[in-house]
Write a protein that binds this ligand. Structure first.
Ligand code: HEC
Ligand code: HEC
Ligand code: HEC
Ligand code: HEC
Ligand code: HEC
Ligand code: HEC
Ligand code: HEC
Length: 294
C-alpha cells in the first residue's frame, strides 16, 4: 500500500467515530507503518493508539516495550519541554538529601525521576478512567499535598520566596536571589533595570503548576488585542499600578500577581500595589472587572 493511501485510511478512521473491532485492528496495524496521529487527538484514556507509545502490545507486569527505548522526551513530545509546559525537573537521580524522600509507590524510570514517577501513565492506557487518576495517589486534599509526598513540608515552607522580610523587619536578601541575579534597589529599580534569573514565566512555574485556562475560562498568557492594551493602559493610570508584559508583549504571571511581600517595595511606588493581597492580585477584588471593563 502506498503512503498516501495509508494516510487517507488513518484520516478516514480518525473521522469515523464509532469503530468495529476489525477497524480497530486495522487502525493499529496502520499505525505501525505510519504513526502520524493528528496533533489534536488526545491519545490518553482512549484504549487506542497503543503503538504510539509501545513497540508492541506489552503484558501487565512485564517490560512495557516502549517506543524510543523508553525515552520520555520523545514519548511525551506533544507536551514539549517548553517553557509553557515545564513544571518539574525530570530525568534526574533521586538526590541524597533529607528534605526529599521518594515514596516506594512512586516508581523511578531507569533509576531516575521521570514523567511516570508522578503520572500514572499505565492507567491512561485504558478507557473510562477519570482525569483524577492522572497524578499518582490522587485525589489529594490540596495541590501541595501531592508535593509533600516527596518534599519535606517544613523544609519546603521555609523556601516560600514570597516571605521576604524576617521577624525583625529586615529584607532577607537570599529570598530576592530566588528570582533576581542581585537584590534590586527597592527605591529606584524599575522593570527595565532588572536582571531576572529566568524567563518571567519559568520563574513562577518552578513552583506553581498553572495549566490550561487560568483566570476565568481563558488562557491569559497571550498578547492582548489593541483594545485589550488600551484597557491595561487605562488601568495603570487610574489605579497607579504596574501590569508588566513579557518582552514579546504577552500577559504573564506578574501581569496580574505581585510576587513581593508588603514592605519590600516602598508603598508609594506602583509596583508595591497588591503585595500580600488575596491571591497577590495587583488590584485586589476588582482585577477581572477592571481589565474587562465589566
Ligand atoms: C501515551 C502513551 C501510551 C499509550 C497510548 C499506551 N500506553 Fe501502555 N504504557 C505507557 C507507559 C509509559 C507505560 C509504562 C508505565 C509504567 O511503567 O508505570 C505503559 C504500560 C503499559 C502496560 C504495562 C502495565 C503494567 O501495569 O504493568 C500495558 C499492559 C500497556 N501499557 C498496554 C497498553 C495498551 C493495550 C495500549 C492501547 C490500548 C496502551 N498501553 C497505550 C504508555 C502508553
Ligand atoms: C514531580 C512530579 C511531576 C513530574 C516528574 C512530571 N509531572 Fe507533569 N504534572 C505534575 C503535576 C502536579 C501537574 C498538575 C496536575 C493538576 O493540575 O492537577 C502536572 C501536569 C501535567 C500535564 C497536564 C497539563 C494540562 O494542561 O493539564 C501534562 C501534560 C504533564 N504534566 C506532562 C508531564 C510530562 C510529559 C512529564 C515528563 C517530562 C511530567 N509531566 C513530569 C507533576 C509532575
Ligand atoms: C516524586 C517525588 C517528587 C514530587 C511528588 C515532587 N517533587 Fe519536586 N523535586 C523532586 C526532586 C527529586 C527534585 C530535585 C531536587 C534536587 O536535585 O536537589 C525536586 C525539585 C523541585 C524543585 C526545585 C527545582 C526547580 O525546578 O527549581 C521545585 C521548585 C519543586 N521540586 C517543586 C515541586 C512541587 C511544587 C511539587 C508538587 C506539585 C513537587 N515538587 C513534587 C521530587 C519530587
Ligand atoms: C518569586 C520571584 C521574585 C522574588 C523572590 C523577588 N522578586 Fe522582585 N521582581 C520579580 C519580578 C518577576 C519582577 C518584575 C515584575 C514586577 O515589577 O513586579 C520584580 C521586580 C522587582 C522590582 C522592580 C519593581 C518595579 O517598580 O518595576 C524591585 C525593586 C524588586 N523586584 C525587588 C525585590 C527584592 C528587594 C526582593 C527580595 C526581598 C525581590 N524583589 C524578590 C520577582 C521576584
Ligand atoms: C520556590 C517556590 C516558589 C516560586 C519560585 C514562586 N512561588 Fe508563589 N508561592 C510559593 C509558596 C510556598 C506560596 C504559599 C503557598 C500556599 O500557601 O499554598 C506561594 C503563593 C503564591 C500565590 C498566592 C496563592 C494563594 O492561594 O493565595 C501567588 C499568586 C503566587 N505565589 C504567585 C507567584 C508568582 C507570580 C511567581 C513568579 C514571579 C511565584 N509565585 C514564584 C512558592 C513559590
Ligand atoms: C490584566 C488584565 C486581565 C485580567 C486581570 C483578566 N483578563 Fe481576561 N482577558 C484579558 C485580555 C487582554 C484578553 C484577550 C482579549 C483582548 O485582548 O481584548 C482576555 C480574554 C478573556 C476571555 C476570552 C474572551 C474575550 O474577552 O476575549 C475571558 C472569558 C476572560 N478574559 C475572562 C476573565 C476573567 C473571568 C478574569 C478574572 C478571573 C479575567 N479575565 C482577568 C485581560 C485580563
Ligand atoms: C490575567 C490575570 C492572570 C494571569 C496572567 C495569571 N493569573 Fe494567577 N490568578 C488570577 C486570578 C484572577 C486568580 C484567582 C483565582 C481564579 O479566578 O482563577 C489567580 C489565582 C492564582 C493562584 C492561586 C490559586 C491557584 O490556582 O493555585 C496562583 C498560585 C496563581 N494564580 C499563579 C499564577 C501563575 C504562576 C501565573 C503564570 C503562569 C498566573 N497565575 C497568571 C489571575 C491571573
Amino acid at each position: 500500500m502506498g503512503r498516501a493511501l495509508l494516510t487517507s485510511i488513518v484520516v478516514f478512521l480518525l473521522l469515523a467515530g464509532e469503530r468495529s473491532a476489525a477497524e480497530e485492528k486495522k487502525q493499529i496495524s496502520v499505525n505501525v507503518e505510519n504513526r502520524a496521529v493528528a496533533a489534536d487527538i488526545n491519545i490518553h484514556y482512549t484504549g487506542r493508539y497503543c503503538l504510539e507509545c509501545h513497540v508492541k502490545q506489552p503484558t501487565v507486569g512485564g517490560d512495557p516495550l516502549l517506543q524510543y527505548n523508553g525515552d520520555f522526551k520523545s514519548l511525551c513530545r506533544c507536551h514539549g519541554n517548553m517553557q509553557d509546559t515545564y513544571h518539574h525537573p525530570t530525568d534526574i537521580l533521586p538526590p541524597q538529601i533529607n528534605s526529599i524522600k521518594i515514596p516506594t509507590e512512586f516508581p523511578l524510570w531507569k533509576g531516575k525521576i521521570d514523567c511516570i514517577t508522578c503520572h500514572d501513565v499505565a492507567r491512561q492506557c485504558r478507557v473510562n478512567e477519570f482525569k483524577e487518576v492522572f497524578l499518582r495517589g490522587a485525589p489529594y486534599p490540596r495541590p501541595t499535598a501531592f508535593c509533600y509526598q516527596c518534599h519535606d513540608q517544613q523544609a519546603y515552607a521555609r523556601f516560600d520566596p514570597h516571605q521576604q522580610i524576617d521577624a525583625s523587619g529586615v529584607i532577607v536578601e537570599s529570598k530576592c536571589l530566588y528570582c533576581h541575579e542581585e537584590k534590586p534597589d527597592v527605591q529606584h529599580a524599575k522593570f527595565k533595570d532588572l536582571k531576572l534569573l529566568a524567563d518571567l514565566e519559568i520563574l513562577c512555574r518552578r513552583c506553581h503548576f498553572i495549566t490550561g485556562n487560568h483566570s476565568g475560562n481563558f488562557n491569559h498568557m497571550t498578547k492582548p488585542s489593541p483594545k485589550g492594551l488600551a484597557r491595561l493602559k487605562r488601568m495603570r493610570k487610574k489605579f497607579k499600578i504596574i501590569l508588566p508584559l513579557t518582552i514579546e508583549g504577552k500577559m504573564t504571571c506578574v501581569t496580574c500577581h505581585n510576587p513581593h511581600q508588603k514592605g519590600v517595595i516602598p508603598e508609594e511606588r506602583p509596583s508595591a500595589k497588591g503585595a500580600d493581597s488575596h491571591y497577590r492580585h495587583r488590584l485586589p477584588e476588582r482585577i477581572c472587572i477592571e481589565c474587562h471593563e465589566m
